[in-house]
Design a protein around this ligand. Structure first.
Ligand code: PRP
Length: 525
């Protein structure tokens, strides 16, 4: 049976194409139910991208869930009999995204058994090939959890400390990494090596020497050796082009131990493929086999296809040849623009009084957008802007998935808990907190184990305790004038704030040279 393109949708074509690829390499189709007992996810929350799962009560009274993940179900069903299992699937999963649950289509494969270098190489080659089938402008990015954990071996971090550090690694957030090193009292050698690792990005040939230089112990040596051997396998399979090393790809150390990887397609602002070696998950189920696998997120490709008609080299992106920069309207944006201008990225008309929102200068390859300050990270996360300038308060509030490249050392202020002078929190009832920052407030009080009632306001927060709407406020304090003039006082500083230069993660890869040159120039001042 042959069907024309009008009958088979783009996502269906992509599924068929990937299924036949995996089948050609001996992988067997795997089908499963859309439901699972909720306990499977409750016990393995850290393995999931979010702990939020759609649940319902089954007819037998058991708490059930609509599946947020495929790998857990496959691992649970796997019989640990020493044989190799090569499986592929295409399934719908249910995950929260942008504040609501979404259905997502995933096609993926799992290799379960004895994972030697050639098995690892085969899975990476198939990940590379999957991306190639979908677009001829793609990149496979590889990291190794063993190298990261080896570097941190002597630091003796507890699991909360190491997950904070890994979060900063995933953001390329050198200032935050340094602050954590100070807090955890880790030695300088480790700090410098981790900073080098975090900024390392490029092909195997470009990066492997630096990796050799910063390797410090048996664990990093064995990770390095595995990467080198796998790279040779990829070369032998002619699947080594557009494969880069990027150690800002991190996963939970309780599940992932070895090589992990992600795939990107030009014009799509997020990863479209994610995978890795997850032997630790099998250990949790009492199974001895090793495992590696990956999933391709087809809904992202589908959106791109609907928008542009096809996912290939001709697909237009916002602008491939320019760096698109979102600046916050107002004083902070003007100060930030002055930094870009003095670093050689000026744009005619930007400083003039006008209501224009977009300015570009093809000569130095920049296009600026003036954006509402609280929206900057949304533009960057969604890839409409490649980079942007935003206050750390907004980044913390929105938990934006972006790189935090530089602390611009401007827009300095604090997020504080404040109340009327003389207020005493008797801790005898739920605390009423008025704020523009509900997530920051929730996280702060959760860390103290305090019950709060959050009242989200949009401005003039200081009014809330004065009029009895709340007990305290969580708000920005810059000079302290607003608090003083309203007879309020800061009780606790939750965190210091400054403006950050952020980058979309995919843009950082596809426009790497232009963005890193820009950062260097800004840093040199
Ligand atoms: C911010 C913040 C405080 C004030 C603090 O308000 O919410 O109200 O600045 O600055 P200060 O310590 O220098 O007095 P913003 O000006 O953004 O207005 P808003 O009240 O509408 O949020």
């Amino acid at each position: 049976m042959n069907y024309s393109d009008d009958v088979i949708r783009y996502d269906e074509q992509a599924i068929l194409c990937l299924r036949s690829l995996y089948s050609r390499y001996g992988y067997e189709p795997y089908r499963m139910s859309r439901f699972e007992e909720y306990g499977l996810y409750a016990d393995n929350k850290a393995f999931l991208s979010s702990g939020d799962v759609i649940t319902f009560t089954g007819t037998s009274g058991k708490l059930m869930a609509l599946r947020p993940d495929v790998t857990l179900s496959i691992v649970k069903q796997t019989i640990d009999d020493g044989t190799t299992k090569k499986l592929y699937y295409d399934e719908t999963i249910y995950r929260p995204e942008g504040g609501e649950f979404k259905e997502q289509m995933q096609v993926g494969l799992e290799f379960i058994g004895d994972i030697d270098v050639s098995a690892m190489g085969e899975v990476l080659m198939l990940a590379r090939q999957s991306l190639k089938e979908l677009s001829n402008q793609s990149r496979l990015e590889i990291s190794h959890m063993g190298f990261l954990s080896g570097l941190l071996q002597n630091a003796n971090l507890n699991s909360q400390q190491s997950s904070r550090l890994l979060q900063s690694v995933s953001e390329k957030n050198i200032p935050e990494i340094n602050a954590l090193f100070d807090e955890y009292d880790i030695d300088n050698e480790c700090r410098e090596k981790l900073a080098t690792l975090v900024m390392l990005y490029g092909s195997f040939d470009e990066t492997i020497d630096t990796l050799r230089e910063i390797s410090i112990n048996e664990e990093t040596e064995s990770a390095l050796l595995e990467l080198e051997e796998v790279y040779e396998v990829l070369k032998g399979l002619d699947a080594h082009e557009n494969v880069n090393l990027d150690f800002t790809i991190v996963n939970d150390l309780n599940y992932y131990s070895g090589i992990i990887f992600q795939g990107f397609i030009e014009g799509i602002p997020k990863k479209v493929l994610s995978g890795g070696r997850y032997d630790e998950l099998l250990r949790r189920f009492g199974k001895q086999a090793g495992a590696v696998g990956f999933a391709v997120y087809l809904d992202l490709l589908e959106q791109q296809y609907i928008q542009y008609g096809k996912a290939d080299a001709d697909m237009p992106t916002v602008s491939n040849d320019m760096i698109n920069i979102a600046l916050p309207k107002g004083r902070l944006g003007e100060d930030a623009y002055a930094v870009f201008e003095s670093s050689g990225y000026g744009c005619p008309g930007m400083s003039e009084e006008s209501r224009r929102l977009v300015f570009e200068n093809p000569e130095n390859g920049v296009r600026f957008f003036w954006v509402k300050p609280s929206d900057v990270s949304i533009y960057v996360e969604r890839g409409v802007a490649d980079i942007g300038v935003v206050g750390k308060d907004i980044l913390l509030e929105l938990a934006s998935d972006v790189y935090e490249l530089l602390d611009l050392d401007m827009g300095k202020c604090r997020i504080c808990v404040a109340a009327e002078k003389g207020y005493i929190d008797k801790q005898d009832r739920t605390l009423k907190v008025a704020t523009k920052f509900p997530n920051i407030s929730r996280n702060y009080y959760e860390s103290l184990g305090r019950d709060i009632d959050i009242i989200t306001l949009n401005g003039s927060i200081e009014l809330a305790p004065l009029l009895g709407l709340s007990d305290v406020i969580v708000d920005i304090v810059e000079t302290g004038t607003t608090l003083r003039e309203n007879n309020l006082e800061a009780m606790v500083t939750i965190t210091d704030i400054s403006a950050r230069l952020i980058s979309n993660k995919a843009s950082y890869k596809f426009k790497h040279e232009a963005i890193s040159t820009m950062c260097d120039k800004i840093q040199r001042g």
